[in-house]
Design a protein around this ligand. Structure first.
Ligand SMILES: NC(=O)C1=CN([C@@H]2O[C@H](COP(=O)(O)OP(=O)(O)OC[C@H]3O[C@@H](n4cnc5c(N)ncnc54)[C@H](OP(=O)(O)O)[C@@H]3O)[C@@H](O)[C@H]2O)C=CC1
Ligand SMILES: O=C(CO)[C@H](O)[C@H](O)COP(=O)(O)O
Ligand SMILES: [Zn+2]
Length: 341
C-alpha cells in the first residue's frame, strides 16, 4: 500500500516521503485524525538532543500520542470508521519479568521508528484499541500520556511500602497534573501535595489537597513517597527537594526526561534507605486501565479538558511547523493537531 509519511529529516525540516507499506492479515490501517505533541517530539523538532542522538533517530515521523478512524482491518476485528487510539509501543518479543515498554527490542513509534504523522498508520491489531464515545477527540488524542501516568502509578502500587498517607508530586505541568489526577482516582483518601514553580499553573490543581511553590516547600508536610514529573533543567532541584522532604524508606518515581546526567545526593538516599525507580512509556495493559478509569471516573475527562491548549488544523507541512511553534510558546497544556494530511 502506498502511504505518505511526514518525516523530520533535520531540526524543523519535515519532508513527505512516499513509502510502500506491507499490510498483513493481522494488521489494522488507521487514518489519524487527532495528534498531540509531547515534549519528546519537541526535543527532536527543535534539535534539542545531542548530535549523536539526532543522527541515530532521524529521519523519522514524529508523534506518539494520537487517535484515528479505522480505514481497514480483517473482518470483524474493527468496524470501518471506528474511532480508536493508537499504541506507540510495539513489542516484538514477550518476557515474564520485563514489561513490554522496557524491553530493549520493543519498537516505539516516534523514537527510532516512524510515529503517527502519516497519511495512514499500519499497526498490529494489538496496538489499536476502540475508544469510548464519552471522551472528546481532543482529550482522547493524549490518551498515551494518561496511560504513562497510569503505568507510573501502577508501578508505585507494586513497589512502594504500604504507608501511603501523603504523596508529593513535583511538576506543575502536563505530567504532574495527570499523575496527580490518576493518584486522586486510584487513592481517593491519599493526601496529595503538589510542588511547582508557577502559581497560575498550581491553581488548576483543584483536585489535590495542597500545593506549594518550590520556594515555600519548607512549609510543606513531610511525605511518604514522591513522583518527579519535571525533567530537563528542573530535575536536579526537584530530586534534591524530594530527598530532603521524604520520610525514610520512601519511594521516588522518576518520570522527567533529562538530556544530561542529573546529580543525586546519594549519601542521603543511603541514610534514609530510599527507593528510586524510573517509569517510561506504557504498554497495552496501561491503555486498557486508562480507558477503564475513564469509564469508572467520568470526571477525569472534564479535568483533562482543562489541559487541552491550542487545537490546530493541519493540512500542510507549514501547518505542522506552526503547531510545533505554538506548542513551544504555550504557557501550559497540550497542543492538538487536527490531522488532515
Ligand atoms: N516518563 C515518561 O514516559 C514521560 C516523560 N515525560 C517527561 O516529563 C517531563 C515533564 O513533561 P511535561 O509535564 O509535559 O512538561 P511541562 O514543561 O509541561 O511541565 C514541567 C513543569 O515542571 C515545572 N518544574 C520545573 N522544575 C521544577 C521543580 N524543580 N519543582 C517543581 N516543578 C518544576 C516547570 O516549571 P517551569 O517551566 O517554570 O520551569 C513546568 O511547569 C518532561 O521531561 C517530559 O519529557 C513526558 C511524557 C512521558
Ligand atoms: O514521551 C515519552 C513517552 O510518552 C518518552 O519520554 C519518550 O518516548 C522518550 O523517547 P526518546 O528517548 O526518543 O526521547
Ligand atoms: Zn510522550
Amino acid at each position: 500500500m502506498l502511504n505518505c509519511v511526514y518525516r523530520l529529516v533535520s531540526p524543523r525540516t519535515i519532508e513527505p516521503v512516499q513509502v510502500d507499506v506491507a499490510v498483513g492479515p493481522e494488521d489494522v490501517v488507521v487514518r489519524p485524525t487527532h495528534l498531540s505533541i509531547c515534549n519528546a517530539d519537541q526535543r527532536y523538532f527543535q534539535g534539542r538532543r545531542s548530535a549523536r542522538a539526532m543522527a541515530k533517530k532521524l529521519p523519522m515521523a514524529l508523534i506518539h500520542e494520537g487517535i484515528g478512524r479505522v480505514a481497514w482491518s480483517a473482518d470483524g476485528v474493527f468496524e470501518p470508521g471506528q474511532r480508536v487510539v493508537m499504541l506507540p509501543n510495539n513489542p516484538v518479543e514477550t518476557d515474564d519479568v520485563i514489561k513490554e515498554n522496557y524491553l530493549r527490542s520493543s519498537q516505539f513509534c516516534g523514537s527510532g521508528y516512524d510515529g503517527f504523522m502519516q497519511e495512514l498508520v499500519v499497526l498490529p491489531a494489538s496496538r489499536v484499541i476502540a475508544l469510548p464515545d464519552s471522551i472528546s477527540d481532543e482529550v482522547a488524542a493524549f490518551t498515551e500520556l494518561v496511560s504513562v501516568a497510569v503505568h507510573a502509578v501502577s508501578r508505585f502500587g507494586e513497589i512502594a511500602h504500604v504507608r501511603r498517607e501523603t504523596v508529593g508530586v513535583w511538576g506543575d505541568g502536563n505530567v504532574g497534573f495527570i499523575v496527580s489526577l490518576v493518584l486522586r482516582s486510584m487513592y481517593p483518601n491519599m493526601n496529595i501535595v503538589v510542588f511547582g514553580r508557577n502559581a497560575y499553573k498550581l491553581a488548576d490543581f483543584t483536585f489535590v489537597d495542597q500545593t506549594f511553590l518550590t520556594t515555600d516547600a519548607a512549609h510543606a508536610p513531610l511525605i511518604d513517597h514522591a513522583f518527579e514529573c519535571c525533567g530537563g533543567d528542573g530535575a536536579a532541584s526537584a530530586i534534591g527537594q524530594i530527598i530532603d522532604t521524604i520520610k525514610p524508606e520512601g519511594t521516588i518515581s522518576l518520570m522527567g526526561v533529562s538530556e544530561n546526567p542529573v546529580p543525586v545526593n546519594t549519601r542521603m538516599v543511603l541514610e534514609k534507605g530510599l527507593r528510586m525507580f524510573g517509569s517510561s512509556r506504557s504498554g497495552r495493559l496501561d491503555f486498557e486501565r486508562t480507558l477503564q478509569l475513564y469509564r469508572e471516573h467520568p470526571q477525569i475527562a472534564s479535568y483533562l479538558e482543562s489541559l487541552v491548549g491550542s487545537v490546530n488544523d493541519v493540512a500542510s507541512i507549514r501547518d505542522i511547523a506552526h503547531a510545533f511553534d505554538a506548542d513551544a510558546r504555550k504557557p501550559m497544556g497540550k497542543t492538538i493537531m487536527r490531522w488532515n494530511m
